[in-house]
Design a protein around this ligand. Structure first.
Ligand code: ADP
Length: 400
C-alpha cells in the first residue's frame, strides 16, 4: 500500500508518499505561502535529480492539495498513475485534548472532536482541519487517519499533568498539561531501544526534541510519564522565539509597563522571546553560533540559557524516573549542533552521563555518542514523524 502523509500548517503544507511494503519514501514536498501572494510547491521524487518547483496562486488549502495531487500524478516527477493507488492518507493533528490516546480513523465524529479542540490549539488545529477537509473532498473514497501530537503523552499520571489551579478549570475547560511532539518522542525512544538492543519495557529514556519548538520527555517502559510542554506548546524549554517556563506574574507586569493588552503580551511570549528575545540576533542557532564567534555576548548568553533549561529538565526527569538509561537528541538542533549537545551533557559525570567528544562530532545520523564507560547511553537519532504517521495509518487502514 502507498500512504500519503500530510502535515498542514497555517500557510504551508508538507507531504510525503511512502511505499509501506518497505517503508521507502517515493516522493516528498512542500507547499509554501498558501493564501498569500507567491504560493509555490517544491516537489522531489526519490532517485530523481533536482527538485520540481511550480508557482501558482493557491488561495486555499484545497487548491494547495490539488497541486500536490497534480505533482504526484505527473508523468515525469509523479509517483502514481492514479490517486486510487494511494491506499490511505495520514494527517498530523496537533491537539486531541484528552479524547484520543492513539491514532484514529477519521470520521465525521472525529472531525467534531477536532473542532472541539480548536479552543485548546487555536493556532494549530484549524489548519490541520482545513487540510483534512480538503483531502476528504478531493479523495472521498480514500480512508484517512489522524495522528496526534498529544496522544503519546496521554499516559502521564495526574500528578504530572495537573496544574495547581482551581480544579474547576480542569473540569470545565480541560486546563491541564497535554504535551506535544509526541510522535517524535515515541519514534526516537523506540529507535533508541532498537539501537541498544534492549526491550523498551526495561528502559528509562529522556528524549530531547530540540528544534524551533523544543520539548523534553521522560519515558519509562515505553510510556511518556512527563513532558515539558503543557496546555499549549509555550511551556517548558526556552525555544527559538517562545519563552518557555515563566513566573506568570510577568504577564501582568509587562502588560502594565508596556501598556500592552494581554493578547499582545502573549504574542511577545510566542514570537519575540526565546533565544531570539535574549540575543536580539536570531531564533536560529546557526546564526547565534556565528554571532558568538564574532564576540556577541548576548548570543552566547542565549545559548547558555537554552542549555541550562535542557539540563534542568534532564535532572528533573532523572529524579522522577529514579534514574535514566538513555538520553536521546532528535530534531534540527539536537541532530545538528555538536556544540549544544556538548554544553548540555557537560559535567554530568556523577550522574553517569559522559559524552564522547570525538563521537559527538557528527550531524544528522543515527549513532551512539556516549563514552564506553558512560552508564547512560547518549544517542543521536534523527526524528521521522512522517514514517510514524505512515505506520499508524497503515496499521489502522490495512489492519497490520
Ligand atoms: P521545527 O521542525 O520545530 O521547525 P527543526 O527541527 O527543523 O524545527 O529545527 C530547526 C532548528 O534547528 C533551526 O532553527 C536551527 O536553530 C537548528 N539547526 C539546524 N541545523 C543546525 C546546525 N547545523 N547547527 C545548529 N543548529 C542547527
Amino acid at each position: 500500500m502507498k500512504a500519503l502523509v500530510i502535515n498542514c500548517g497555517s500557510s504551508s503544507l508538507k507531504y510525503q508518499v511512502l511505499d509501506m511494503t518497505n517503508e521507502s519514501v517515493l516522493a516528498k514536498g512542500l507547499v509554501e505561502r498558501i493564501g498569500i501572494d507567491g504560493s509555490i510547491i517544491t516537489h522531489e521524487k526519490t532517485g530523481q535529480d533536482g527538485k520540481f518547483t511550480h508557482s501558482a496562486p493557491m488561495a486555499s488549502h484545497k487548491e494547495a492539495i490539488e497541486h500536490v495531487i497534480r505533482a504526484l500524478l505527473d508523468g515525469g516527477h509523479g509517483v502514481v498513475a492514479s490517486m486510487d493507488e494511494i491506499g490511505a492518507v495520514g494527517h498530523r493533528v496537533v491537539h486531541a485534548g484528552e479524547k484520543y490516546a492513539s491514532s484514529i480513523l477519521i470520521t465525521d465524529a472525529v472531525m467534531q472532536v477536532l473542532e472541539d479542540c480548536v479552543d485548546l490549539a487555536p493556532l494549530h488545529n484549524p489548519p490541520n482541519i482545513l487540510g483534512i477537509n480538503a483531502c476528504r473532498e478531493l479523495m472521498p473514497k480514500t480512508p484517512m487517519v489522524a495522528v496526534f501530537d498529544t496522544a503519546f503523552h496521554q499516559t502521564m499520571p495526574p500528578e504530572a499533568y495537573t496544574y495547581a489551579l482551581p480544579y474547576a478549570y480542569y473540569e470545565k475547560y480541560g486546563v491541564r498539561r497535554y504535551g506535544f511532539h509526541g510522535t517524535s518522542h515515541k519514534y526516537v525512544a523506540e529507535r533508541a531501544a532498537d539501537m541498544l538492543g534492549v526491550n523498551i519495557d526495561d528502559l528509562k529514556i529522556i528524549t530531547c526534541h530540540l528544534g524551533n519548538g523544543a520539548s523534553v520527555t521522560a519515558i519509562k517502559r515505553g510510556k511518556s510519564i512527563d513532558t515539558s510542554m503543557g496546555l499549549t506548546p509555550l511551556e517548558g524549554l526556552v525555544m527559538g522565539t517562545r519563552s518557555g517556563d515563566l513566573d506568570p506574574s510577568i504577564l501582568s507586569y509587562i502588560s502594565e509597563k508596556e501598556n500592552l493588552p494581554l493578547h499582545k503580551v502573549m504574542d511577545v511570549l510566542n514570537k519575540e522571546s526565546g533565544v531570539l528575545g535574549i540575543s536580539g540576533v536570531s531564533s536560529d542557532f546557526r546564526d547565534l553560533e556565528t554571532a558568538v564567534e564574532e564576540g556577541n555576548e548576548r548570543a552566547a548568553l542565549a545559548i547558555k540559557v537554552f542549555a541550562h533549561k535542557v539540563r534542568f529538565y534532564i535532572g528533573a526527569y532523572i529524579a522522577i524516573m529514579n534514574g535514566v538509561d538513555a538520553i536521546v537528541f532528535p530534531a534540527g538542533l539536537g541532530e545538528n549542533s555538536i556544540n549544544m549537545r556538548d554544553i548540555i551533557c557537560a559535567e554530568m559525570g556523577s550522574l553517569g552521563i559522559k559524552l564522547d567528544l570525538v563521537k559527538n562530532k557528527v550531524r544528522g545520523k543515527e549513532t551512539i555518542i556516549s563514552r564506553d564507560d558512560s552508564k547512560v547511553a547518549i544517542l543521536l537519532i534523527p526524528t521521522n514523524e512522517e514514517l510514524m504517521i505512515a505506520r499508524d495509518t497503515y496499521k489502522i487502514v490495512a489492519g497490520k
